[in-house]
Design a protein around this ligand. Structure first.
Ligand code: ATP
Length: 138
């Protein structure tokens, strides 16, 4: 089994898609092992997106991600990382994500793309430790 860190971003929460997205996660067969609605502090958001520091969209991304409540979750299951990224679709909801995916069905813009999912075991463990310190793998 594998773990992944998922964010249901502030745009999705504001638009009322939390239930829809959690429903897709549950129907896929992934287990929700942690779930929390919160407004991300700037330091957490900056650490989460540290790899994008210096990119032109970075300041706007931090403003967006801290600008309203989001839902942070830990999902568990076989190949959970790839399974959630399949549900999410590609980063750009129009250019990359296809219909049938969360971003492909509900997104229009590269930034406000509804969800985040860890992209590797290493980033999943780093992100779980950041968002849910009590669940950090020692
Ligand atoms: P995530 O890590 O959130 O699942 P991702 O791995 O598909 O997304 P990254 O390339 O890591 O995509 O970008 C992280 C986030 O930064 C994206 O999900 C999106 O919200 C934002 N972003 C990425 N590219 C752009 C862009 N060109 N313009 C605006 N925002 C962007």
């Amino acid at each position: 089994t594998e773990r992944t860190l998922v964010l249901i971003k502030p745009d999705a929460v504001a638009r009322g898609y939390v239930g829809e997205i959690l429903g897709r996660i549950e129907r896929k067969g992934l287990t929700i092992s942690a779930l929390d609605l919160r407004t991300a502090p700037g330091e957490i958001a900056a650490a989460h997106y540290a790899e994008h520091e210096g990119r032109p969209f970075y300041p706007g991304l931090l403003e967006f991600i801290t600008g309203g409540p989001l839902v942070a979750a830990v999902l568990e299951g076989p190949r959970a990382i790839a399974a959630f990224r399949q549900l999410a679709g590609g980063t750009d909801p129009v250019e990359k994500a296809v219909p049938g995916t969360i971003r492909g069905d509900f997104g229009l813009e590269a930034q406000e793309n509804l969800v985040h999912g860890s992209d590797s075991v290493e980033s999943a463990e780093r992100e779980i430790a950041l968002w849910f310190p009590h669940l950090a793998a020692n």
